[in-house]
Design a protein around this ligand. Structure first.
Ligand code: PBG
Length: 321
């Protein structure tokens, strides 16, 4: 006897109609890495099919994204000069600021989110200002993060995304943006950001690995999920518009818990290591390309509204076909 579940799987039309989770290109955010210099479009060896772009090469890339239907980007800057205060991060003419201006002046339908952090900009590679003993100075770092966020807003960013994991940064950034009349600029907080080894390829791509120690004092212990709920709660109280769980694939349970406990938009960052694992397995013929959709769909099914992924372009090809 054929039961109802089987009947509802019988042909493609009915499978499509009863499908519970559908991935749309509108859900996706594509990370864009910008470097100093001119005429640069260089493949990132740790993130195949992803590139470092100089500002003058962004026009072509963004145009491509738009044609594919990807209209949301997350901008990362890789400066030439680093110092202990990461001053390139908040300069009016810094790499991210120039990139955002270039994109916003050419495309009014692209939603530009900027990563707010210090690790690409400090010579020690940590996400904040250090005390003499090498510890992070949480409260001083907040002032710098606010300055970075404001400079991004002044360049035209629609949304800032603090990824540093300092305590109290959302409140400080919100206050500083509002004080300067950037009340419309939203904050997507990397609220539950784990101290993960899945960031490895990104740190190569962004030249942001810490020169000593690790990020365990400010990023979360992978063993904890109650703590993720507390972090999220805190960031919402401080004024976050969107909260993020990162990484995504090894933390689907955390995404689901956040979804069930809070009635707010959730972003999930499918990070560089997740991309590399699948990309390498596909390139070596170990896995079929269809795993991309399966993996990214699982993040949406877990409860994410917004998914940041290096597969965005590939997914656009898959979904558009
Ligand atoms: C900066 C930052 C990191 C990532 C996004 N923003 C690296 C880190 O915290 O070390 C990781 C993204 C990825 O792995 O794709 N703090």
């Amino acid at each position: 006897m054929i039961k109802r579940p089987r009947r509802l799987r019988k042909n493609e039309n009915i499978r499509n109609m009863v499908r519970e989770t559908k991935l749309h290109l509108e859900d996706l955010v594509y990370p864009v890495f910008v470097v100093e210099g001119e005429n640069i479009k260089k493949e990132i060896s740790s993130l195949p099919d992803n590139y470092h772009f100089s500002v003058d090469m962004l026009y072509e890339e963004i145009n491509k994204l738009r044609k594919l239907g990807i209209k949301n980007i997350l901008v990362f800057g890789i400066p030439n000069n680093k110092n202990s205060y990461g001053e390139e991060a908040y300069k009016k003419n810094g790499i991210v600021q120039r990139a955002v201006k270039e994109i916003k002046s050419n495309f009014n339908d692209i939603y530009v989110i900027t990563d707010v952090c210090m690790c690409q900009y400090t010579d020690h590679g940590h996400c904040g200002i250090l005390k003499d003993n090498g510890d992070i100075d949480n409260d001083i770092t907040l002032k710098y993060l606010s300055k970075i966020a404001l400079s991004h807003a002044q360049a035209g960013a629609d949304m800032v995304a603090p990824s540093d994991m300092m305590d109290g940064r959302v409140k400080e950034i919100r206050k500083y943006l509002d004080l300067n009349n950037y009340t419309d600029v939203s904050i997507m907080s990397y609220s539950a950001k784990y101290a993960s080894s899945f960031y490895g390829p990104f740190r190569d791509a962004a030249d942001s690995a810490p020169s000593f120690g690790d990020r365990n004092t400010y990023q979360m212990d992978p063993a904890n999920s109650n703590e993720a709920l507390r972090e999220i709660d805190n960031d919402l109280i401080e004024g976050a518009d969107i909260v993020m769980v990162k990484p995504a694939l090894s933390y689907l349970d955390v995404i689901r818990r956040v979804k069930d406990n809070f009635n707010v938009p959730i972003a999930a960052y499918s990070v560089s290591g997740e991309y590399s694992m699948l990309k390498n397995a596909i390139d070596q013929g170990l896995l079929d390309e269809s795993v991309i959709l399966e993996a990214i769909l699982s993040i949406k099914r877990a409860g994410a509204d917004i998914i940041i992924t290096y597969f965005a372009k590939k997914l656009a090809e898959i979904i558009n076909n």
